[in-house]
Design a protein around this ligand. Structure first.
Ligand SMILES: Cc1cc2nc3c(=O)[nH]c(=O)nc-3n(C[C@H](O)[C@H](O)[C@H](O)COP(=O)(O)O)c2cc1C
Length: 186
């Protein structure tokens, strides 16, 4: 089986909803399974045994949630030191309130996550704009679920905001399946 590891943090449930939709997308691809872990529970064994690592974070102060960053700094860094996960597949998603016309730091958050995955030597799966649900919850970096209304009151995520996460899961699973066993990096 191809194993997709999804590591996330969530206080109010939006990132968790996206993670679960992504997991369903993974499971829709034959021979693929997903392992869903809160950032504080994910361990080195999970990383080494997966074919793809997906990170999901809320936007906090325009950047990554500290629990996801702690996972990166304490668990992923060990893999980085020994080049243990080079050539696996990587992808990201995020949820935020969308404070301000610029999105409140959602792009910075996803780019910060992606930067860490690239540092680890992962092959990145983006979110093409042709992806179903992109119009409701998509950026080229990955699914972005805006969980607050224009007046900034929290509204949570509607079903149409979860469609892109589902398809992101499918794309990641297909990429991991296609790349399994490929010796890309020397
Ligand atoms: C400490 C804190 C900081 C936040 N900072 C931002 C921010 O800078 N930009 C933004 O758009 N949303 C911000 N938010 C809102 C969350 O990103 C948003 O509610 C998100 O949907 C939370 O995801 P969750 O439901 O999975 O916890 C912040 C929320 C918290 C609790």
């Amino acid at each position: 089986m191809i194993k997709i590891l999804v590591v996330y943090a969530s206080d109010h449930g939006s990132v968790e909803k996206m993670a679960k939709s992504l997991v369903e997308g993974v499971k829709a691809v034959p021979d693929c399974e997903a392992v869903l872990k809160k950032a504080e529970d994910a361990k080195m064994d999970d990383l080494v045994s997966c074919d793809a690592l997906v990170l999901g974070s809320p936007v906090h102060m325009g950047s990554i949630d500290w629990r996801v960053k702690k996972f990166i700094d304490t668990v992923c860094s060990g893999a980085w030191m020994q080049d243990k996960i080079v050539g696996k597949v990587g992808a990201v998603f995020a949820s935020g309130a969308g404070y301000g016309g610029g999105g409140g730091g959602c792009e910075l958050t996803m780019l910060a996550l992606l930067n860490n995955l690239v540092e680890l030597g992962l092959i990145i799966v983006p979110l093409p704009k042709s992806t179903p649900g992109y119009h409701a919850a998509g950026l080229q970096w990955g699914p972005y679920g805006r969980a607050h209304a224009d007046d900034l009151s929290p509204k949570g995520l509607s079903d149409d905001q979860l469609v892109s996460s589902h398809h992101h899961g499918k794309h990641i699973a297909r990429a991991a399946k296609a790349l399994r066993g490929s010796a890309i990096f020397g």
